[in-house]
Design a protein around this ligand. Structure first.
Ligand code: IMP
Length: 191
């Protein structure tokens, strides 16, 4: 079985990606590697941060690994919060980020947005990137209790429920992360 480190401490990302990967890939955690520090995310882009996080683990531990960097891009806010999604309101607190987002969208009726994930895989020192995008709308108020981040205010295109009203298996059929992970799986199968 292939063993790969997933360079994240986000339990929700781990659950979603593991559910897609199934038993074919054994995920090694950062703790198992002995990595205790925060991974760097300083490039200013989702693509760059994804590469930076995976590259940090490869350079330091020389293990095959992948990283996920994601963000919510709102059209009416010129793509914000984007790469700053995790710390939009100044900390990682999801509720505060949602409150600020809804405040910044007060009075705005054009509510198109998209979630984007870029997964960077480093395998034997070679870098590969896989992107996933899901388009949708920002709701006027939070709905649902599942998921994480901005899930309660994101209504995916064609859906009747927010991401936070879906269980993992439903979100995993359509989400940005699921799409990027499907590309990752295809690539691993082709090796
Ligand atoms: P990252 O760890 O730098 O990739 O931060 C991603 C941030 O974007 C998270 O902290 C969430 O706020 C948001 N985000 C990314 N993916 C999702 C998702 O699937 N649902 C809701 N919010 C997400």
């Amino acid at each position: 079985m292939r063993k790969i480190c997933f360079a994240t401490r986000n339990i929700h990302k781990i659950q979603e990606v593991k559910a897609k990967l199934g038993d074919d890939v054994h995920i090694i955690s950062l703790d198992e590697l002995g990595c205790k520090e925060e991974l760097p995310e300083t490039t200013g882009t989702i693509e760059g941060n994804s590469r930076q996080k995976a590259g940090y683990i490869w350079e330091k531990y020389q293990v095959d690994c992948f990283a996920d960097d994601s963000g919510l891009e709102v059209k009416a806010l010129n793509g914000a919060p984007g790469v700053d999604s995790a710390f939009y309101a100044g900390s990682r607190i999801f509720a505060d980020n949602i409150t600020l987002l809804l405040k910044n969208m007060d009075g705005i009726s054009k509510r198109e947005a998209q979630f984007k994930t870029v997964i960077t895989l480093v395998i034997q020192g070679q870098y590969h990137q896989f992107e996933g995008i899901i388009k949708g709308q920002i709701l006027y108020e939070p709905k649902g209790k599942d998921g994480f981040g901005y899930d309660p205010v994101f209504l995916p295109e064609g859906a009747q429920e927010s991401f936070a009203e879906m269980d993992i298996s439903k979100k995993n059929l359509i989400s940005h992360r699921a799409k990027a992970t499907e590309k990752l799986i295809k690539f691993l199968e082709s090796l």
